[in-house]
Design a binder for this molecule. Structure first.
Ligand code: F0G
Length: 404
């Protein structure tokens, strides 16, 4: 196993503390000897219950290394019949990553990255965040006994997420700038001070944990769907999903690949813009905006991996408006009882649009990844749904009100 540059293919030691290629500065990824995995694979691996560490044979951590875990993964996949018929599609599933310990998909990557941090002897972990990564870092850092520092954009992180980071004892620093600025700062910080280990998704170990999301989808469905739709912010997750799929495909565990859809909010859409222009380069958005603050990102670190994933899967990148996001969030809650945060509803909104456009047809099977729980960001939705009705304790009045 090595770290491999995605541009110049230079190889580096798996234990080297580095986040970019030292020769060309491009992104790194973990490269496996798939023949070795295949030869050593014990057929019993499928019998274990779903969890991130169930897939340890496909992860870059030795068996004897102590895991920093909160029992992540094993999230539910809901066959959403009412939403399917509302949208006019036969087979729609929601992978609810809000079931994870800190209520977002970030925990899958964090368990692997923080385990690696401890194995490397790091004492301090850090990240830039729009909220969920900081909540996850704080929890896993606490579990692993590491000092934890998070950098967030001032006033732009939902309170649910901020409270998670604070209660778990992270040193929360907020700067007058957006996520992109925060990432720039933590990257400088961790490259200057070697004892500060960076666990943003630019760290290839994060993506290794996150790829398990598709391993689970495959096992839960018993096959691979036609489409997987995922929100895109810093672009780590869509890249991780494609890496997982490609590895299972090369190992012969699956014999089909889905098309990936990466969804961005209209005001924060550098990857979707590049895709719609058929480009392999992105132009950063200087002032990203969306009420889905989790994906309010204008300079996604993993843009190159993400664009490759989308093109290679023969999928697409698209945008949705904030209004469409809110509608998607409400449709899912009202029809299926699942409360997810705004960014997580971007795939639902995109699905509706792609069905209308005929890009996805009603007989194709779709999985939307719901990346985080709605309780992380309740403020937005309470502004848009019907307010509670004031009534007296008189039951006749209550009867009049409810029968309207
Ligand atoms: N959905 C949610 C709920 C997120 O929190 C994020 C990213 C994404 C989707 C996008 O995933 O960055 O891998 O493309 N949140 C990061 C954070 C940026 O700091 O919590 P991505």
């Amino acid at each position: 196993m090595n770290l491999k540059c995605i541009n110049c293919s230079s190889l580096f030691d798996l234990d080297a503390i580095m986040y970019n290629c030292s020769k060309c500065n491009d992104l790194l990824e973990v490269q496996y000897d798939l023949n070795k995995i295949s030869n050593n694979l014990d057929s019993k691996w499928r019998d274990a219950p779903l969890s991130v560490w169930k897939y340890q044979d496909f992860l870059p951590i030795d068996q004897n290394v102590e895991r920093v875990t909160l029992k992540e993964g094993g999230t539910r996949l809901h066959n959403s019949k009412k939403l399917s018929s509302f949208f006019g599609i036969d087979n729609l599933h929601i992978k609810n990553e809000g079931d994870n310990p800190t209520a977002s998909f970030k925990d899958r990557g964090m368990t692997v990255a923080v385990t690696k941090a401890k194995q490397l002897g790091a004492k301090i972990i850090t990240c830039a965040s729009t909220g969920n990564t900081s909540a996850s870092l704080a929890a896993y850092g606490a579990r692993g006994g590491l000092k934890r520092i998070v950098l967030i954009p001032s006033g732009k992180v939902a309170y649910g997420k901020l409270s998670q980071a604070m209660i778990c004892g992270a040193h929360v620093l907020q700067i007058d700038g957006n996520f992109d600025k925060c990432l720039e700062v933590v990257m400088k910080l961790s490259s200057k001070y070697n004892d500060i280990y960076l666990v943003n998704s630019i760290n290839p170990f994060r993506l290794e944990g996150q790829k398990t999301i598709v391993f689970e989808i495959f096992e839960q469905l018993g096959h691979i769907p036609d489409w997987i739709i995922v929100p895109v912010g810093n672009a780590g997750n869509v890249s991780a999903i494609w890496k997982g799929l490609s590895e299972f495909y090369q190992l012969g565990i699956i014999n089909k690949l889905p098309k990936l859809v990466g969804v961005q909010a209209e005001g924060s859409a550098p990857i979707s813009t590049a895709f719609s222009e058929g480009k392999m380069e992105v132009n950063n958005v200087q002032k990203p905006e969306t009420l889905a603050t989790a994906i309010r990102i204008g300079a996604p670190a993993s843009w190159k991996k993400a664009l490759r994933a989308i093109y290679d899967s023969k999928g697409l990148a698209t945008t949705v408006s904030d209004k469409e996001i809110l509608d998607g969030q409400m449709n899912l809650a009202k029809l299926e009882g699942l409360f997810i945060e705004p960014a997580s509803a971007a795939p639902i909104a995109a699905l509706k649009k792609l069905l209308r456009q005929g890009t996805i047809s009603s007989d194709e099977e779709v999985v939307c990844i719901a990346t985080g729980h709605g309780l992380k960001d309740p403020d937005i939705i309470t502004k848009f749904v019907e307010k509670p009705t004031e009534v007296s304790s008189d039951i006749e009045e209550i009867q009049r009100v409810i029968s309207k």
